[in-house]
Design a protein around this ligand. Structure first.
Ligand SMILES: Nc1ncnc2c1ncn2[C@@H]1O[C@H](COP(=O)(O)OP(=O)(O)OP(=O)(O)O)[C@@H](O)[C@H]1O
Length: 257
């Protein structure tokens, strides 16, 4: 067994009915941006084959944590591993798909040209590109220039490019911003279908009504983790069915602690 495979096997823990693994492990992570500590000692895990939501108010540190996980953020201290490898290491390049908040597609190419370009980078062809376009509901717009698409369509074009390499970990920074409720529901169904097929997903959002769609939630506030559990357990602990209210109660608990 190669060392990478050994580490991967080691990062998996036998669960009751099947294999439950840790896709991401973050330990005591501290990040400074602009001379300010924006992540203040985060420790958390993200299980494989599930949709984990990263929730928190604007400016709480979601994007910074995501950047550390995909390996593009300088960290002050602590560690981040993805499938047992240090975040950002060469072994993870084809393993991690990352969709940023800003669309990462070429505005002067059509949707199809963009997705085929990314497919070619992975040694894949037109059928795989068409499947990814179909998956994000952009079949009708495939021939349009990305520069002429709506904001929501453009984010879906970025998502199609990220899906093409069938990454083991898909990290999506606010993927549903600007989408109508029907499209949001379609995309969440797609995320769960991917998770069922074994993909690990980390999805950030500051929209509380999306939190209930996740298998697990990481709640972040002012650079600290204030919750790491299933939506059901977070509701139960707070004594309310309303996740937004549960989040607020958790914040109040922290403030008075
Ligand atoms: N390039 C930067 N230089 C200095 N400070 C930054 C930089 N980018 C972000 N910050 C600061 O780091 C903190 C966390 O920002 P981050 O983008 O991680 O938050 P977020 O939770 O993703 O917010 P949003 O939901 O608005 O995208 C904020 O206080 C922000 O002002």
């Amino acid at each position: 067994m190669k060392s990478t495979e050994a580490r991967r096997a080691f990062s998996q823990i036998k669960g009751g009915g099947g294999v439950v693994g840790q896709g991401i492990e973050v330990k005591d992570l501290v990040v400074e941006r602009g001379k300010r500590e924006v992540l203040r000692g985060i420790t958390c895990t993200v299980p494989t084959g599930q949709v984990t939501g990263l929730l928190g108010p604007s400016g709480s540190g979601k994007t910074t944590l995501i950047r550390a996980i995909v390996g593009v953020q300088i960290v002050k201290s602590g560690s981040v591993t993805v499938f047992g490898e240090p975040a950002g290491s060469a072994e993870l390049r084809r393993t991690v798909g990352y969709v940023t908040q800003a669309p990462s597609v070429y505005a002067d190419l059509t949707v199809r040209e963009n997705v085929r370009y990314f497919a070619a980078l992975y040694g894949l062809g037109a059928p795989e590109a068409e499947r990814a376009i179909d998956d994000v509901g952009l079949k009708e717009a495939a021939g349009q220039l990305v520069g002429n698409l709506s904001g929501g369509q453009r984010s879906r074009a970025s998502l199609a490019c990220a899906l093409i390499g069938t990454p083991r970990l898909l990290v999506l920074d606010e993927p549903t911003v600007g989408l109508d409720p029907l499209l949001r529901a379609d995309l969440w169904a797609k995320f769960h279908a991917l998770a069922k097929a074994g993909t690990t997903l980390l999805v950030s959002s500051h929209v509380m009504d999306e939190a209930g769609r996740c298998d697990r939630l990481l709640l972040i506030r002012e650079g600290r983790l204030i919750g790491d559990d299933t939506p059901a357990a977070i509701r139960e602990r707070a004594g309310t069915d309303d996740l937004e209210e549960a989040f607020l109660r958790r914040i109040r608990e922290q403030v008075t602690a």
